[in-house]
Design a protein around this ligand. Structure first.
Ligand code: ATP
Ligand code: MG
Ligand code: MG
Ligand code: MG
Length: 473
């Protein structure tokens, strides 16, 4: 079947609606009342309140397509066929209601029934936790051949204290031509790190409470939490080589082709990576800014800043000379409008934020790139093959190059970066700022004493002297 991403998302939600689930809207990417998370990174992250019992849902069966951001995958983006910073996680949830048997039977029905996905069962592999004989039994009961059920020791979902349990992941065999590994590579099995078998769905059976004493007690009410990556499923339906050759990403790739110096996607594998990074990051920043994030020097804002700057540096490689990312904002909005009309509606505001951030970086970009290429030459010529900490810090502090971006550009030329040296420079900078601040403070106090008599003093020095932490995740 050739379906659009919008139709596929809806099909998932409709299927679970038919099974008694309430369709929940996608929550904001910015976590509410959850200091442990920088971004919503899965469907279940928005459902913690139900799973820990602090709130009782109206219906214990829920389904959603949840916007998620995973910063730990930034480096994978563009390199693997399947990783994004922003992706949508389709999920069905049971809060103490149905459990393993139903979750497995419905998963199989959705995937293989002609009324729904209609996928060939021969293409599917289910991994199970070796001790979870129930999961194995239920997959066999619905008709999965024993040689398509694979035991994987890692299949246990555990984040420390709290609910935990075995999981079962579903892989789709995309065929040998997708295999990127040597024939004797040990990762060459469904469930391994290879591109032939694509992980599409993770079904978590949370049945234990991981106690502070480090024991696992059976939960009186067991839960189901699942996550299916929409972009991966779309790549299968649309017979795409990677997630990027789908209706969710091609419009941005085509726009980037228009803006560049004539290079087309598919001509050069290195430049293809740049196209993919741009399309991915354009999506992430657009949706995240729409949800209220703004570029800054710390936390979430610094993630946005890093994504924008990385996209811009990749734009340079395609010959894009001026601010351009903001032009992708409405294109992103268009790809998501069936489920997230608010993105397109806010696109003027989002584009403004992106543009001012781009303009700002572009002021120092040429200088930064020049310094970078000189330093790479020096590092090669003097045989250290290393960019020293002071230079990396200068690139960061004067030219706005996030450390990872310097590392990445250096790595392209086979050069490393002295990250320890960078951290030292950062510390020195902080110390300088602290000293400057305490001086300013004492001066401010004296000045206040003098001014107090006449009028209200307004002292603005502190904020300007403050140096934000450059911590990311
Ligand atoms: P992978 O092994 O491919 O990195 P994962 O095991 O880390 O994926 P899970 O935590 O099991 O992923 O998340 C559930 C599902 O969400 C995955 O099966 C996949 O379909 C999707 N998914 C996870 N991370 C990403 C990502 N960075 N980009 C796109 N889809 C993702
Ligand atoms: Mg992962
Ligand atoms: Mg995995
Ligand atoms: Mg997984």
């Amino acid at each position: 079947k050739e379906l659009s991403s919008g139709q596929i998302r809806q099909m998932y939600l409709d299927f679970f609606k038919e099974k008694g689930h309430t369709i929940e809207p996608s929550a904001s990417l910015i976590p509410v009342d959850d200091p442990t998370l920088l971004w919503i990174n899965s469907g279940v992250a928005t459902m913690k309140k139900y799973f820990d019992g602090s709130v009782v849902p109206k219906n214990p069966r829920m389904t959603s397509s949840q916007k998620s951001i995973r910063t730990n995958d930034i480096e994978n983006v563009g390199k693997t066929p399947r990783h994004h910073t922003l992706f949508e996680m389709l999920g069905n949830f049971s809060v103490g209601d149905y459990f393993k048997k139903e979750a497995i039977a419905w998963a199989y029905e959705l995937l293989t029934s002609d009324k729904w996905f209609g996928w060939d069962p021969e293409k599917l592999y289910m991994t199970v936790y070796p001790k979870d004989t129930d999961a194995k039994k239920f997959w066999e009961e619905v008709g999965v051949a024993p040689d398509h059920i694979i035991e994987v020791e890692d299949n246990f979902w555990d984040i420390g204290q709290g609910p935990s349990g075995p999981d079962s992941e579903i892989f789709y065999d995309r065929g040998e031509k997708f295999n990127n590994l040597a024939p004797d590579d040990p990762e060459n099995y469904p469930g391994g790190e290879n591109d032939q078998y694509l992980e599409v769905w993770n079904i978590v059976f949370s049945q234990f409470n991981h106690t502070p004493e480090d024991t696992y007690e059976p939960l009186p009410r067991k839960n189901i939490d699942t996550g299916m990556g929409l972009e991966r499923v779309v790549s299968i339906f649309q017979n795409a080589k990677t997630n990027f050759e789908t209706d969710l990403f091609l419009p941005m790739i085509h726009k980037a082709e228009e803006l560049g110096d004539g290079v087309k996607y598919g001509q050069d594998s290195k430049l293809d990576q740049s196209f993919r990074v741009i399309a991915d990051h354009a999506r992430a920043i657009t949706v995240a800014i729409g949800d209220g994030a703004i570029p800054s020097n710390e936390g979430r804002g610094y993630v946005i800043r890093r994504l924008i700057r990385r996209a811009i540096v990749n734009g340079q490689k395609l010959g894009i000379k001026e601010s351009f990312l903001y032009k992708l904002v409405p294109v992103v909005g268009d790809t998501l409008k069936s489920h997230y009309p608010e993105v397109l509606e806010q696109s003027d505001y989002i584009a403004k934020v992106v543009r001012s951030e781009e303009d700002r970086f572009n002021e120092t970009l040429a200088g930064g790139l020049k310094l970078m290429s000189e330093e790479i030459d020096t590092a090669k010529n003097n045989g250290t093959n290393m960019i020293d900490g002071a230079t990396a810090f200068k690139l960061y502090d004067t030219y706005g190059f996030p450390l990872e971006l310097t590392q990445e550009s250096a790595a392209d030329a086979g050069i490393k970066v002295d990250t320890e040296g960078f951290a030292n420079e950062m510390q020195k900078q902080k110390d300088r700022a602290r000293n400057a601040r305490s001086n300013a403070k004492s001066m401010g106090v004296q000045r206040d004493l003098l001014i107090e008599i006449k009028d209200d003093s307004e002292y603005v020095g502190y904020d300007q002297l403050d140096v934000d932490d450059a911590k990311a995740v």
